[in-house]
Design a binder for this molecule. Structure first.
Ligand SMILES: CC(C)(COP(=O)(O)OP(=O)(O)OC[C@H]1O[C@@H](n2cnc3c(N)ncnc32)[C@H](O)[C@@H]1OP(=O)(O)O)[C@@H](O)C(=O)NCCC(=O)NCCS
Length: 378
C-alpha cells in the first residue's frame, strides 16, 4: 500500500507530487519526445491534454485511492511546474516497480535522481522493502540515474515491457531498509517522522519572532512551513542513502517542537544536531528529554563517532540544554557569523561516542526552554 497522503515531498533537486489538470499540456508534449516514446514504455499509443486530464480523473485517481498505483508528477522544485513523470506500479505487499521520464526541456539537471531519492523515501514510509526497474539495454541515461540512486544491475533477459511489447530488458533492483528506530518514546514524549498534518503546529512555533530570534531564518510564513514540512517528510534517517533525520516532538498528542540530526562528514560518522521547542512548553525538561533520545539514537542506532551542536552565543537557554544532555562546550567563536544585520558569536558543543556517558542529560534538573540553533537545516 503506497502512502500517497505523504505527498507532496521535495528535495533540492525535485518535487514529487500528484498530477494536476494544469500538468496535462506538458505531460502530453513530453510523451511526444522520441526518447520517451522509445524508452518510456507508455501504456497508451498517444496522449493529448484531454486524454491526460481524463486519466488524472479516472485510473490515476483510482490507483492513488487503492494505494497500488501512483502516477506522479516530477516537478521543478522552484516553480512546481511539471517536468516529468514517475510511476510506481505493480505494488504487492512489500515490492513495487518504478518507471520514469523527464521532459526534454528539463533533462541533465538530475531531476530523475532527485525524484528517485524521494520515491525511495516514500516507499520506505510505505513499508515497501524492494523496488525494481526494467529498462532497454541501450538506455544509458536511465542506467546512470538508477545506479546513482543505489539500484543494482541484474540480468538482461527477454521480457514483456510494461506497455506490453516484447524486448530484452535490463533488470535493476534496490532494497530499501525498513524504518525500525522510529517513533522514539520517552517517559513523556513521542518523537516521530513528519507528516503534512504537522504544518499547523510547526507554523505556530516557527512563525514566532521569539523562536526565530537565534535562527538564521526570519519567522516562517505559512507557505515556507508547507515547503519545509514537504522536505522533512523525506528526512527519515541517516542510513541507506538517507541524508537527514527530522523528528517532531509530541507531548500528550500535541506537537511541541522538533529535533533534527544530519551528517556533516558521513564517511567518518560525524553529525550535527538541532532542536526547537515551543516556548510555551519550556521549563519542564521536555527539550532535554527529546534531545537525549536523539543523541542516544545517534550513538547506539547510527553508531556515530561525534555529534556537534552550534548556536548563537546569546542563546543561553540552548547552551544550558546542551550542557544538561552531557555535551561538552568546546569553542566560543567570536563574531564569525553575520546574522540579521550584525556579527554574532557561535558556541560549539560536542558529544563523542567515547564519552563516558555522552547522552546523560537529566531532564529533571533545572529544565529550560530550548531555542533553535544556528546551523540547523530547515
Ligand atoms: C532517463 C531520463 C529520465 C534521465 O532524466 P534526467 O533527469 O535528465 O537525468 P540526469 O540529469 O540524472 O542524467 C542522467 C543521464 O542522462 C544523460 N543526459 C544528461 N543530460 C541529458 C540531456 N540533456 N538529454 C539527454 N540525456 C541527457 C547523461 O547520460 C546523464 O548521465 P550523467 O549525468 O552521469 O552524465 C531521461 O533521459 C528520459 O526521460 N529519457 C526517456 C525515458 C526513459 O528512458 N525513461 C526511463 C525508463 S525506466
Amino acid at each position: 500500500m503506497l502512502s500517497t497522503s505523504l505527498l507532496p515531498i521535495r528535495n533540492e533537486r525535485a518535487t514529487l507530487r500528484t498530477m494536476r489538470h494544469s500538468d496535462a499540456d506538458a505531460y502530453a508534449a513530453g510523451t511526444r519526445d522520441a526518447a520517451v516514446r522509445k524508452y518510456g514504455h507508455l501504456p497508451e499509443p498517444e496522449y493529448t491534454a484531454e486524454s491526460v486530464r481524463a486519466l488524472i480523473d479516472g485510473p490515476i485517481r483510482e490507483g492513488l485511492d487503492d494505494g497500488d498505483l501512483a502516477v506522479l508528477a516530477i516537478a521543478d522544485p522552484t516553480t512546481d511546474d511539471f517536468a516529468g513523470s514517475l510511476v510506481l506500479f505493480g505494488a504487492t505487499g512489500t515490492s513495487v516497480e518504478v518507471g520514469f521520464w523527464v521532459h526534454p526541456d528539463h533533462r541533465g539537471k538530475q531531476l530523475s535522481t532527485g525524484a528517485l531519492a524521494l520515491a525511495i523515501e516514500l516507499l520506505r514510509r510505505s513499508r515497501i522493502t524492494d523496488v525494481t526497474a526494467r529498462i532497454l539495454i541501450d538506455n544509458d541515461a536511465s542506467r546512470r540515474a538508477l545506479e546513482r540512486s543505489g539500484f543494482v544491475r541484474g540480468e538482461a533477459m527477454h521480457d514483456t515491457t510494461p506497455s506490453g511489447d516484447s524486448a530484452v530488458l535490463l533488470h535493476y533492483r534496490r532494497a530499501i531498509e525498513a524504518i525500525e528506530a522510529f517513533p522514539l518514546t520517552t517517559e513523556r514524549l513521542r518523537l516521530r517522522l513528519h507528516e503534512h498534518s504537522d504544518v499547523r503546529a510547526l507554523d505556530r512555533i516557527y512563525g514566532r519572532s521569539a523562536v526565530a530570534r537565534y535562527l538564521l531564518d526570519e519567522p516562517w510564513t505559512m507557505p515556507e512551513t508547507v515547503r519545509h514540512v514537504g522536505e522533512r517528510i523525506a528526512h527519515t534517517g541517516l542510513a541507506d542513502g538517507g541524508t537527514k533525520l527530522a523528528l517532531v516532538v509530541e507531548h500528550d498528542g500535541a506537537v511541541i517542537g522538533d529535533v533534527t540530526l544530519w551528517p556533516t562528514d558521513p564517511e567518518h560518522r560525524v553529525a550535527e544536531i538541532g532542536w526547537v521547542l515551543d516556548p510555551e512548553w519550556g521549563g519542564r525538561g521536555l527539550a532535554s528529554e527529546a534531545v537525549n533520545a536523539v543523541l542516544s539514537t545517534a550513538f547506539t542506532h547510527y553508531r556515530l563517532h561525534r555529534v556537534a551542536a552550534q548556536m548563537d552565543a546569546r542563546n543561553t537557554a540552548s547552551a544550558e540544554l546542551a550542557r544538561r544532555v552531557g555535551m561538552t562546550a568546546e569553542a566560543h567563536l567570536r563574531q564569525n557569523w553575520w546574522s540579521k544585520g550584525e556579527w554574532t558569536d557561535t558556541l560549539i558543543f560536542g558529544a563523542l561516542a567515547g564519552d563516558t556517558d555522552p547522552h546523560s542529560g537529566r531532564p529533571d534538573r533545572a529544565p529550560r526552554a530550548a531555542n533553535p540553533q544556528r546551523n540547523r537545516p530547515l
